[in-house]
Each structure stands twice: as C-alpha cells, then as structure tokens.
Design a protein around this ligand. Structure first.
Ligand code: NCD
Ligand code: ZN
Length: 348
C-alpha cells in the first residue's frame, strides 16, 4: 500500500496557451494534452489568426498534431482583433463556435503584436457587437505607451483604459489575461462580476522580478507582463488561496527557440507546459489551499465561458518529477521553464 499523497480532480483546462505552428506545434502540444482537456489557443502567430478560415485551418493543424498522441484534446480558437476586423466575420465565427472569444493586443505590447490596437476607440464598434452577442474579450492588459514604466503598465491600463471601457460596455465579458499585480487582483475581486475574470500563470505565482537577476541575468524568465515585485506575487498567491471564483488557470505557456531567447532583443515568453499543472498544485499546497485547487483548474473557467465542466479526471501524486531538460528541434531547441529541476508532484 502506498502512503503517497494523491489528489484526483476533474481534468483541467488551460485558458491561455501559445502552441505556435508547424514543427514547434508538433513538439509542444503533447505537454498541454497530457494535463489539459481543452485550451484556449492564442492567435498571435507570425501571421495572426484574424478570420474564420484561418482559425479553422489552424485548429485542424492542431487536431492533426493531436492524432499523433491519440488524445481527445479540444483546442478553443480565438480571433486576433485589429481595427479592420469584420463584424460579420466575428459574429459568424462566434455563433458558429469557431471562436470562443477575441483577443485584444495593444499595439507592440508583446510577441507578434505589430498589428494590435493603437487606440481602444478604434474598435468600439467591435466591442459593441461583442457585448451584444456575449462574445468574451480576452485582454493583454498593459498600456503600450513606452513613456510608462514597464512595471506600471498593467495598473495603468486598468485605470486609464479598462475602467472607462467597462463603464461604456458594462455587460461585455472580459478576461484580464495573465494578471501580475495587486491592482489587477483587487480590481477583479472587488468588482466580483459575472462579466469579469482573470487568468493567472504559474510563473507569476512562483517568481518575482528578483528571480530574473539571480546569478546573472536570466533571459529564460523574461516574459510579458514582466515579473513584478514580491508584494504583487503575494497578492496573486493570496487570491487563489481564498477560493475566489473570478480567477482561473491560464498558463501563458509561450515557447520560443532558445536562440531567439538568448539573444540581443530576446523574445518574451516562458514555455511552461511540461510543468504548469505541477507548479500550480505545489503552490496551492504551500498556501494550504488545496481545497480550492480543483475549482481554479477545472470549474471557474468553464463557468465563466458557459462551457460544460469536463467529465474525465486526472490524479496527481506527491512523488518527485523531473522536468524535461530541453525540447529538441533538430539544430534548435526550446528550454522549458524549470528545465531539469525536480518538482514535488507528478501526474499518475
Ligand atoms: C507571449 C508570446 O510569446 O506569444 N509572450 C509572453 O511573454 N507572455 C505573448 C503574451 O502572452 O504576451
Ligand atoms: Zn500569452
């Protein structure tokens, strides 16, 4: 008889993931499928997903790649908003369930966002439609004004863009993606609204900005929104431990080739798919909040998106697990978050 601690939960979903395309997609997908039943696939490919045809083709490429692994994984596609987004296309895509929502990237705020939105007023007509048809808006919530300190861009976005936006569109369903600050935590918590939620990544729960500079600079921990002060990390840890249902799992797993990360002008993004769920369980355990782990991973997300909760389950076991060292891609490779490190939890 084993005395190892086990937790059985409804199979989780990842409400924010980047799978990329082609050879990277084929290599990284297996990690997301291993732990998650469904995932929201971010549309910021080199050439972003801006219409139904592209979304269907991309979804098929993902499904093709899942066949190799024989899983029942379900990709949930998003539309990348631009000022030219066609209302007809967006409406059709949402009503036909091609898109689960649309993603708002402020111009130049992160990877592949050069065609993102400059001024939110450019897309008021789109937001009006989305509010009407109840289509969720997923936001990379950072001001893109380079005059604003990079550590303040999320809090500033809430103050100057989001608050007025929600006054104008009070019934628009909004997800603040990968929140990183105490300001975002309190904004979502205090509103406690069926129209507002936040996703939280494992790395923003585990780390703070000091980790980027321990033993020299750590480009592998460079992501956007950038890691913040410990006070913000603690606010994120606390809110998930309180069991607030307005927050759910979104790993923001964002693979980049090592050569593109360890480089002048290195890319932002942390590839955490091999460890994300194991990190979350470790954090909930540290916070003595395991009773809320399942709702964060498997219930709050589908409830917000009005989707059924998954039927299948997974079991996590308190047994050491070594995270894969690197993902080989011929001459290139991807270095995962916590590469080669030993975590306390494994998947059964
Ligand atoms: C993401 C990426 O690489 O696509 N990068 C990141 O640092 N998180 C984009 C994003 O979600 O901002
Ligand atoms: Zn992302």
């Amino acid at each position: 008889m084993s005395s190892l601690k086990k937790i059985k939960i409804i199979k989780p979903d990842d409400w924010h993931v980047h799978l990329r395309d082609k050879r990277i997609l084929k290599k990284v997908l297996r990690y997301t499928e291993m732990f998650y039943q469904r995932a929201i696939i971010m549309p910021n490919l080199n050439k972003p997903i801006i219409n139904c045809k592209q979304a269907i083709a991309y979804k098929n490429r993902i499904l093709q790649a899942t066949k190799l692994n024989h899983t029942q994984f379900e990709p949930l596609m998003t539309c990348y908003l631009t000022r030219e987004t066609s209302l007809k296309e967006l409406k059709y895509g949402f009503l036909k369930k091609i898109f689960i929502g649309a993603k708002l990237y402020p111009n130049q705020c992160t990877t592949n966002s050069t065609t993102g939105i400059n001024k939110i007023s450019e897309i008021f007509h789109i937001l009006e439609l989305m509010q009407k048809i109840k289509m969720p808006l997923l936001i990379h919530a950072e001001e893109n004004n380079i005059a604003i300190d990079i550590y303040d861009r999320e809090a500033k976005f809430i103050e100057t863009t989001l608050i007025p936006l929600r006054k104008q569109f009070p019934e628009l369903k909004i997800v603040l993606e990968h929140i990183t600050t105490k300001e975002a935590v309190s904004y979502v918590e205090e509103n406690n609204s069926a129209y507002l939620a936040g996703t939280i990544t494992p790395h923003h729960l585990m780390l703070n900005r000091n980790n980027m500079f321990i033993h020299g600079i750590q480009p592998n921990l460079y992501c956007l929104p950038i890691l913040k002060r410990k006070i913000h990390q603690n606010a994120l840890r606390k809110v998930i431990s309180n069991g607030s249902t307005n927050f759910f799992l979104g790993s923001d797993s964002a693979p980049h080739l090592y050569k593109n990360k360890i480089n002048l002008f290195g890319c932002a993004g942390i590839f955490n798919a091999p460890s994300s769920l194991l990190c979350y369980v470790t954090i909930f355990e540290e916070m003595k909040a395991l009773k809320y782990f399942e709702s964060f991973c498997s219930k709050n997300g589908p409830n917000f998106y009005n989707l059924p909760i998954n039927q299948s389950t997974i079991t996590l076991i308190k047994k050491p697990c070594k995270i894969v060292k690197k993902i080989d891609l011929g001459q290139d490779f991807i270095l995962p978050f916590l590469s080669g490190e030993i975590l306390k939890w494994s998947i059964l």
